[in-house]
Design a protein. Structure first.
Length: 417
């Protein structure tokens, strides 16, 4: 990795822009890829974070330079000036904040922008910069509009030379609703690390959350927002308890923030639904695999999710999944051919989801078999040591000089070190 402060080369092999260092899907995929690059290649990589987050220090250890985070007051001032009707002052502040790091990397051979949230920074890259610009799109229509808006997309996306997408649904959006030619798009779904959790740790966590030994655990995960729909998970929980109290189900939502307004709203729903004694909110964690290992079934209640990492994380541990029909979940189910890898129920049909969960809890052999099938698929396709080399090859096809510093060029004794 290139040094980020003082004496940094102005022409790295790969210049990476991440919209955030938050513990969310797109930054997590990027962080895993950067770790793989550092361990398996000698590619000279320069990384800029536009905003900080929970994984900020992990990005910094890989040499990332932060232009947000603790400096986010500048970002808030920039947006405040715009909302108050001072667009020129806002633009000047944005240029002072983002201009230097973008200009200093003007000769990078390849620019990888992770998520549409990084797209606004492109306006500070010189238009005559020689490198190929690649945008890795992790968003569908609603998220794209919420993140950057149509005006930024229309202004900056024509400068993108090539697009990566995390799912077929995102590819369809770009082709059919954004007019991007299909031959300028390659799909590369997100990926997760291989996890192993000791059974003793799983039992300890269940006790810590005060879950009875004979209870089944239905889990879900994500930020507490409209897209991930935690309030719908509460409705599924209430429906399952009403229909099958004999199963003694307990429910875990992993993610947050649970001590802020979204958490208070969710707790209100939990209490009002009479589920406080069987609903658990561990919040955010650096070791999600440990919590996922306590689940008997994973319920994906998202309204919109192009290819959720939480789905892959649960599947990699052999947890069977039930999801509403939308986005990447449908694509993962279809990967099993005539025998879907996960259960898909009609969109927002909480009764159908509760019934599908009950069937899995009723039939332990079928539940274990479903978990084993999806686990085998994920471990063969959607883990870092398999998917990161594929992503590298896509980038190397766009900038062949990367191969001279790729895994085959790195001394064998140094690979993966």
């Amino acid at each position: 990795m290139s040094a980020q402060v003082g004496g940094e080369p102005t022409a790295p092999d790969l210049f990476v822009i991440s919209h955030s260092g938050a513990r969310a899907g797109a930054p997590m995929v990027l962080l895993r890829f950067l770790r793989w690059l550092a361990a398996n290649t000698t590619v000279d990589t320069s990384v800029v974070l536009l905003h900080g987050g929970d994984m900020e220090d992990e990005f910094r250890r890989l040499g990332a330079r932060l232009v947000g985070g603790a400096q986010s007051r500048l970002w808030m001032l920039q947006h405040g000036l715009r909302s108050m009707g001072y667009p020129k002052a806002s633009s000047a502040l944005a240029a002072a904040r983002l201009g230097p790091p973008m200009w200093n990397r003007r000769n990078a051979r390849l620019v990888l922008m992770n998520s549409v949230g990084s797209l606004p920074a492109l306006r500070f890259m010189p238009r005559d910069a020689p490198g190929t610009v690649v945008l890795y799109v992790h968003e569908l229509d609603e998220s794209l509009e919420q993140t950057v808006g149509s005006s930024v997309w229309e202004r900056e996306s024509p400068r993108v030379d090539y697009f990566l997408t995390c799912s077929g649904a995102v590819t369809e959006m770009l082709v059919e609703r954004k007019g991007i030619p299909a031959d300028r798009i390659t799909e590369q779904p997100g990926f997760v690390d291989r996890w192993h959790v000791e059974p003793l740790r799983t039992r300890y966590l269940r006790r810590e959350m005060k879950i009875p030994r004979d209870a089944f655990v239905v889990g879900a995960s994500g930020r507490l927002d409209w897209r991930k729909a935690p309030e719908v998970f509460v409705r599924v929980a209430r429906t399952l308890v009403d229909r099958r109290p004999d199963l003694n189900p307990h429910f875990v939502w992993l993610g947050g923030p649970i001590d802020d307004t979204p958490g208070w709203k969710l707790r209100h729903d939990i209490d009002a639904a009479g589920l406080a004694d069987r609903f658990h909110l561990p919040g955010e964690t650096r070791t999600p695999a440990e919590v996922f290992s306590t689940f008997d079934v994973y319920a994906l209640t998202s309204r919109v999710d192009p290819f959720p990492l939480t789905m892959l994380e649960a599947a990699s541990l052999g947890v069977p999944i039930v999801s509403f029909a939308n986005g990447g979940a449908v694509e993962l189910a279809a990967a099993g051919g005539a025998d879907p890898l996960i259960d898909i129920v009609p969109y927002l049909d909480v009764v159908a989801m509760a019934e599908a969960i009950a069937r899995l809890l009723d039939e332990p052999d079928a539940r274990r078999a479903a978990g084993a099938r999806v686990r085998e698929h994920v471990l063969s396709t959607h883990v870092t040591d398999v998917a990161a080399p594929r992503l590298f090859e896509i980038l190397a096809d766009l900038e062949p000089t990367l191969r001279t510093k790729g895994p085959e060029a790195r001394p064998r004794e140094l690979r993966g070190s």
